[in-house]
Design a protein around this ligand. Structure first.
Ligand code: SAH
Ligand code: SF4
Ligand code: F3S
Length: 494
């Protein structure tokens, strides 16, 4: 803990490529989350917590862990901020607009804090790992009571305790390379689909990306810990598990006493009785032949792979330090398509990277057409302080970046619509998630390939696997009819 006026520089560090790349090979410690000391067990009794989550699935799952810790302390959840005694913003630093949203929220919450002086307002997640953000909070957001980083989640009980005792801002952001903490409590958002971390951190250091600085070095959980967690979820009736890591394909590389990689893990997960297993995110560089072969076995390993390409130009990929070129990416795609029947590929793409020429952007368009991604997340490049790309000249005018993004999205939408059209008349397996957001009489769920399907049916089907015939494919979703006849239910799955 640190008080505001103290020197807090020991508690956090700015992202520093040179320092970060010196990451040692020393053992990652596997810590066990300890039960709470008596004085912290009842801190939250009669009080409510609210966590607002920004960013990727990693943050979504971290929020589930923090919810678990709050509930151990006696807190109960609320979705109404006026009712909350503690509000945490679990933040994302990936692009400038992600950060702007959080500062906007902090500004807004100032007023709530004036009305409720006892409210504890905390900032955690990736933004807290940045020195410039912590300084900005100290300077302009004095209403914040607590700032802690991505390596400090297991310390939440102590941090809340300190924040309640202290009149000054409590800051704890460890810049260490990171440990693995097992046995953390979790409150999972639903009883159907679960996230499971298989590794933490990232050592890829793509030149535009802040994640290797905010999340520490690559470190894998022990296979038995991952497998036991998934077995437990199977016992509880979960239908879908998504294995999480910034670069899941690097799984196991750091476990020096074992010869056990991501393909081996998937082969073992395949034998567990969970109907659907997904994983995210895959870096093409570490996607080895064994993994492709295991995915080809199908079963509960779904035929959807999210494989971020970032650019279709080998020159841009080189500047991004992605460590593969266009040809290698296309080779991998060819291999995957040959081995995994009916595979759906999705991707992430950045436009307007420093120096990207019209011609290089056209390479991205042609790659998208060649691969035929079903969908993609597309982004305008955003310089992140402390990363190598931030020192390159951000020389593409915003109008050009926007025009490229629009053209790219139009190309992707056209392909996506065409791919969905191919499903017209096909029968697909749908895991029913709930009522459609737009119409309570309609149910919605997802195919194995993660496509959204809407159809009319009784609410009793929520949480079940059903077969649906697609009758009206659209760009973003598919509308279909439920097959009631159990014989038809066994029809081939698209
Ligand atoms: N680990 C994942 C990516 C996590 S970040 C992977 O490597 O695939 C999600 C996406 O955000 C990235 O794939 C990239 O497309 C985008 N992104 C990351 N840094 C960015 C930046 N500085 N500007 C714009 N987009 C960025
Ligand atoms: Fe960022 Fe690259 Fe790591 Fe993905 S692989 S988190 S884009 S550095
Ligand atoms: Fe954002 Fe951190 Fe995820 S920067 S994308 S929340 S790892």
């Amino acid at each position: 803990m640190s008080k505001m006026k103290k020197d807090f520089s020991q508690y956090f560090q700015a992202p520093d490529l040179r320092e970060a790349k010196k990451r040692g090979k020393e053992e990652v410690q596997v810590l066990q989350f300890e039960s709470l000391p008596d004085e912290m067990k009842n801190i939250g009794v009669g009080h409510k917590y609210l966590i607002q989550t920004f960013g990727c699935q990693m943050n979504v799952h971290d929020s589930e862990t923090m919810a678990g810790i709050f509930e151990m302390m006696g807190y109960t959840p609320t979705i109404d901020e006026r009712d909350a005694d503690i509000i945490l913003l679990n933040t994302c630093a990936i692009r400038e607009n992600a950060e702007d949203k959080v500062f906007g929220e902090l500004g807004r919450l100032k007023h709530l804090k004036l009305e409720k002086p006892n409210l504890i307002l905390g900032v955690c997640g990736c933004m807290s790992q940045e020195e410039s953000v912590v300084n900005r909070i100290l300077k302009s957001y004095q209403n914040v009571d607590l700032v802690f980083g991505t390596h400090n989640i297991h310390r939440l009980p102590h941090l809340v305790h300190n924040a309640l005792m202290s009149k000054e801002m409590v800051i704890e952001v460890w810049s260490k390379e990171g440990d693995v903490v097992e046995n953390m409590p979790k409150v999972r958002a639903d009883g159907l689909r679960a996230w499971v971390n298989i590794m933490y951190g990232c050592d890829k250091f793509c030149t535009y990306c802040i994640v290797p600085y905010t999340r520490g070095k690559e470190r894998s959980r022990r296979p038995e810990d991952v497998l036991n967690e998934i077995r437990e979820l199977a016992r509880k009736g979960y239908q879908e598990v998504t294995l999480l890591g910034q670069n899941v394909n690097a799984y196991g590389k750091d476990l020096e006493d074992l010869n056990y990689l991501f393909g081996d893990l998937m082969d073992d997960v395949r034998k567990i009785g969970i109907p659907r297993i997904r994983f995210t995110t895959s870096h093409p560089r570490d996607f080895d032949d064994h993994l492709v072969e295991v995915l080809g076995k199908g079963g509960n390993l779904v035929e959807h792979i999210h494989l971020p390409v970032q650019s279709g130009s080998s020159e841009v990929l080189k500047l991004m330090a992605r460590k593969y070129d266009r040809e290698r990416y296309l080779d991998l795609v060819r291999k995957i398509k040959e081995t995994v029947p009916n595979v759906v590929l999705t991707t992430d793409i950045i436009v307007g990277f420093p120096g990207e020429t019209d011609e290089q952007f056209e390479d991205t368009i042609s790659l998208v057409k060649e691969v035929e991604f079903d969908s993609a997340f597309t982004f305008i490049y955003s310089p992140r302080e402390g990363t190598p790309a931030a020192k390159m000249q951000d020389d593409i005018p915003m109008e050009v970046k926007k025009a490229r993004l629009q053209r790219l999205n139009e190309t992707l939408n056209e392909i996506g619509r065409r791919k969905n059209e191919e499903l017209r008349g096909h029968v697909v397996e749908v895991l029913v998630e709930g009522e459609s957001k737009k119409n309570a009489d309609v149910l919605s769920g997802r195919t194995r390939t993660n496509k959204l399907v809407n159809f009319a049916g009784p609410k009793s089907l929520i949480g079940k696997m059903v077969m649906v015939r697609i009758e009206d494919p659209k760009t973003w979703s598919l509308t279909g009819v439920l097959l009631e006849d159990p014989k038809q239910q066994k029809a081939p799955v698209a």
